[in-house]
Design a protein around this ligand. Structure first.
Ligand code: 1CP
Length: 345
């Protein structure tokens, strides 16, 4: 497709000029939307993910309401863990639980190989269904968890605050740690390439919890594996590399790879962009909590973020992390419209 006809999000990811700044929101499909809650009354979360028609419907819900520049596939970063044999469950109201966490060398040695095509093939079907239904100007973003963030669930058994089991394995049994991350990196690359082959036009790698690490540990225990994933991806498809709490990690994340680095709200966008270098794009970075305030209040913050981007090609507007469940739907509507209005050039 000639660049002038390609979706704004893809042009911005390639650092080409766009008439307005493209915008999408992490967790734009989800519990703040009444139509999502209605679907969840009839299906469990895993059923929604496994049923391509239902997952496609949820993916499209926010795109029907708001003038978004991208849809993000409805799935989860942990789906890829089902075949590992660790006992993944999305418990009601509690988030993900892993019943047999991987804590030591023997646990790593016991892991089953991940056969991506047979275990998460339904995700590729969702991508095909969504792409057929989506207007040409709206890009479809595929995604996966980065090896560290996915490993943190495998080792902790669920969400965590201090990542103590994860860090103990990493420091005490580095051979097993690297083996675990190699298994995840290989499966993740296959998984993302499968999404790309099915029609995903860009992919985001979520390293949401990487901010718990100091830069030296990131360099030693994580960077090589994230780099393996990114280098294995089909050329020409933009990669967005996102994490939170990353102010001190940004140059290393950039070294690991990505055409666009996702910034959380704790770093001023211009400082973050300087830290990663202006030869990559940036995505972000409104505090998702700002959407709980009136639109007139967050409008000033949107203006400030756009001012920090300075009209430079390569900015994709997003929140600094996912939409909170308590967010009023009208505020999301106002945000998406406001980004286009205030960034028109
Ligand atoms: O109860 C429900 O309805 C399920 C809640 C839910 C949803 C809507 C979960 C369980 N996952 C999802 C969808 C999801 N997860 C998407 C869909 C697309 C979109 O953004 O609209 C995406 C991209 C994810 C990715 C994901 N899952 C991440 C990385 C992004 C992030 O938020 O940092 C992580 C860490 C997960 C794990 C996970 N899955 C579900 C929950 C509640 C969590 C987080 C748990 C925790 O805090 O550790």
């Amino acid at each position: 497709m000639p660049d002038a006809d390609s979706p704004l999000l893809l042009r911005a990811a390639r650092r080409q000029p766009t008439p307005v700044t493209p915008v999408w929101l992490m967790r734009q499909a989800g519990r703040y939307l009444p139509e999502y809650r209605a679907m969840r009354e009839r299906h469990s979360f895993l059923d929604l993910c496994r049923n391509a028609e239902a997952a496609a419907e949820v993916t499209l819900q926010p795109v029907r309401r708001f003038p978004l520049d991208a849809a993000i596939l409805f799935a989860d970063i942990l789906l890829i863990l089902e075949p590992l044999g660790v006992g993944l469950e999305f418990a009601r109201g509690e988030g993900p639980v892993i019943h047999r966490p991987v804590r030591g060398e023997a646990d790593v040695a016991r892991l089953k190989p991940i056969d991506v095509a047979s275990s998460v093939g339904f995700v590729f079907e969702t991508v095909r269904v969504v792409r057929r239904a989506l207007p040409a100007k709206v890009a479809l973003i595929g995604f996966a968890g980065a090896p560290f963030t996915v490993a943190s669930y495998v080792v902790e058994g669920g969400a965590s605050r201090d990542y103590l089991h994860t860090k103990r394995l990493m420091y005490e049994a580095p051979g097993s740690w690297h083996r675990l991350l190699e298994i995840l990196a290989e499966a993740t690359a296959t998984y993302l390439n499968g999404q790309i082959d099915a029609g995903a036009q860009a992919v985001q790698l979520f390293d949401s919890w990487i901010g718990t690490l100091a830069p030296d540990d990131y360099r030693t225990y994580v960077l090589p594996h994230t780099r393996t994933v990114i280098r294995a991806l089909r050329p020409g498809v933009p990669v967005i590399h996102f994490g939170t709490g990353t102010a001190t990690l940004l140059p290393l994340m950039r070294e690991a790879g990505g055409d666009v680095i996702g910034l959380d709200w704790r770093v001023p966008l211009d400082a973050g962009w300087s830290a990663v270098g202006h030869d990559v794009g940036v995505q972000g970075n409104l505090d998702p909590a700002a959407l709980l305030a009136r639109p007139a209040v967050f409008r000033e913050r949107v203006k400030a973020i756009l001012a920090r981007a300075g009209g430079r090609p390569g900015h994709i507007f997003n929140l600094g992390h996912g939409v909170h469940q308590q967010t009023p739907v009208e505020h999301v509507q106002a945000l998406v419209e406001m980004v286009h209005e205030l960034s028109a050039r």
